[in-house]
Structure formats: C-alpha cells, structure tokens
Write a protein that binds this ligand. Structure first.
Ligand code: NAD
Length: 314
C-alpha cells in the first residue's frame, strides 16, 4: 500500500489525460483515471505508467470505468464532458455537461466524501456551482480551474510582445471563464515594472482581447476540440498547491459569499490555495470599471445557474 496522496481524474480525454501526465511527472500522488469509454482510461493509464521510468517518478497510475478504485481520494479533478468545436460558445455545452457533471459529482460524494474537487468541465463557473450543490461539500473544497489558464495565456502574450521571460510576467485575470473575463491592468507587471510603462494602452487592450479569445483561437486551429496542454498544466498546479500546502496566490473560481458584492455564485477571484483548499478569497481594490465587469460576469453565471433545476444528493 502506498502512503502517497490519491488523486482521481474523471474524464480521460484530452484535458484529463494531460492533467494526469502533469500530476505524474510532478510526483504529486497516485492517480486514478475514470471514463465511461471502455479501455480508454485503462490504456492511457498504462501508457502513462510506462513513461514513469523515463520521467523518474514513482507514482501508480491506473484506469477504470467504475468509481470503486477512486474510493478515499484526496483530490478529484473533474474534466468529464463535451468540449467546444468551432462556432460554439462555452455556454452551448451547458445542457449536456450539466447531466454529466451531476452524475460524476454524485459518485465523488459517494466514494470520496473528504476530497477537494477541482472542476474543469465547461461552462466552468456553472459546472463548479453544480458540483458544490450536488456533492454538498463545503465551498472551500470545491473550486474551478480557469483563472490560472487565462492568466497563463495573458502572461504568454505579454512575454511574446516584449521578448522577455514568461517567468518575469506577473498578472491576474478575474471574472468568469469566457468573454467576460477581467484582466487586471493594475496587477500586471514585468520584473516588477508596471505594464503601463512598457506597453502602450491601445496595444495592451489588443493583448487583453486576444486573452479573452484565447480558447477559441485554439479551437479554430484544432477544429475537433479545445485546448488541453495549458489547461492540464493549470489544473495540476492547483492540485499541487493543495497537496503541498503551497498557499499559492492564484485566481480560481471560488464560491463568493459577499466578497466584491457577489453572493451565492462561483466566479474567478484571487484566492489563497493550500491544504485547506480555498483558504481565503483576497479582496483587492478594483477600479470602478473592473468591479462592474466582475459583477456583470458573475450576473451571467447566475443567470445560467438559474436555468438549471439542481437536485442535491439525498
Ligand atoms: P474530451 O472530449 O477530449 O474528453 C472528455 C472525456 O469525458 C471523454 O473521454 C468522455 O468519454 C468523458 N466523459 C463523458 N461523460 C463522462 C462521464 N459521465 N463520466 C466520465 N467521463 C465522461 O474533452 P476535453 O478536451 O478533455 O475537455 C473536457 C472538458 O473540459 C470540456 O467540457 C471542456 O470544455 C473543458 N475545458 C475547460 C477548460 C477550463 O479552462 N476550465 C479548458 C479546457 C477544456
């Protein structure tokens, strides 16, 4: 028996398998892949396991179509669901993915009642809310991955623009995962230098727009699905923050209870992520424009949640 943390990844598709790969290489724990497709989680798990001697990482990776082997997971990463194709918005996935996420959340509650859950399925903020309601878990144990990805895209574009290391670009992107994301100009710096001193405001607006469209830019290239390398890396970073109690300051979809004037809604806000999950939502000074954008973003998430008839587990 291993004493390593146990991490379940539900959905062994592009994002799920890529997340598992990052988790394994980072040696964060033993990994269980689950999918409805027969053979896919088993085959991908074995293939990943066979890469561990080369990676030099000692973790077990197994796959299954049932939840028995997931029992007692410390962390569950939920990636099951349809991905976008060209011409689709994330909200177009809502009906199909609500059913899928609801069924997965019931299994998480049944088999891993103490788990921390990182939701990746889209539309992200709504699916995270569904997961919290269906599992009945406390909100600090249920969070959504979007902000780290959106911020990573923004940092990539800024580094490309300036020809500097991505490591030196710091930024924070809040709001919903979609057209309503809110990159904070006041929190964007390069080697500690405020971005306004390095990039003309008009050019920065173009980079922000490219960040908002970052998902669809990849969908239009791939045509058969959406991004997965950066999303997998971002989901694994959230798991690492919890497993290693890193107290990372990152944006995540977190349950707001009054913060920023938002209530009973999941939306991207800055959080401290550690062994207690979402340990704190940080309250930043936002400009009137940023605050209005964050609230509009939360309103659209709320409207979508209101369309669902959620059934909490008995
Ligand atoms: P994919 O089609 O490659 O994989 C999805 C997998 O889910 C498939 O293997 C499918 O069989 C499985 N699945 C379906 N129903 C299931 C169920 N009930 N139980 C277990 N598994 C089930 O798609 P992908 O590219 O991996 O994307 C997965 C999800 O992640 C999509 O909803 C996508 O929109 C979302 N996504 C979110 C972000 C983000 O930033 N939050 C980024 C990328 C993708």
């Amino acid at each position: 028996m291993s004493n390593r943390p146990k991490i379940t990844v539900i959905g062994a598709g592009n994002v799920g398998a890529t997340t598992a790969h990052w988790l394994a290489v980072m040696e964060l724990g033993d990994i269980q892949l689950v999918d409805v497709l027969e053979g896919i989680p088993q085959g991908k798990a074995l293939d990943l396991m066979e890469s561990m001697p080369v990676a030099g990482a000692d973790v077990a990776i197994t796959g299954s179509n049932d939840y028995g082997p997931t029992a007692g997971s410390d962390i569950v990463i939920l990636t099951a669901g349809l991905a976008r194709k060209p011409g689709m918005s994330r909200d177009d996935l809502m009906a199909a993915n609500t059913k899928i996420v609801q069924s997965c959340a019931e299994q998480i509650a049944r088999y891993s009642p103490d788990a921390y859950v990182i939701v990746v399925s889209n539309p992200l903020d709504v699916m995270t809310y569904v997961t919290m309601r269906v599992t009945g878990f406390p909100p600090e144990r249920v969070m959504g991955m979007a902000g780290i990805l959106d911020t990573a895209r923004y940092r990539t574009f800024l580094a490309m623009e300036l020809g500097v290391s991505v490591e030196d670009v710091q930024a924070m992107v809040l709001g919903g995962h979609g057209d309503s994301m809110v990159p904070l100009k006041s929190c964007t710096s390069v080697g500690g230098i405020p971005v306004a001193q390095l990039i003309h405001p008009n050019r920065l607006d173009q980079i922000i727009q490219r960040t908002r469209d970052g998902g669809i830019e990849i969908v239009n290239f791939l045509k058969t699905g959406s991004a997965y390398y950066a999303p997998g890396a971002a989901a694994a970073q959230m798991a690492e923050a919890i497993v290693r109690d890193k107290k990372r300051v990152v944006p995540a979809a977190a349950y707001c209870r009054g913060e920023y004037g938002l209530d009973d809604v999941y939306v991207g806000v800055p959080v401290i992520l550690g062994a207690g999950g979402v340990e704190k939502i940080l309250k930043l000074e936002l400009s009137a424009e940023e605050l209005a954008a964050l609230r509009a973003s939360a309103d659209s998430v709320k409207k979508n949640v209101a369309k669902l008839a959620l059934q909490p587990v008995a």
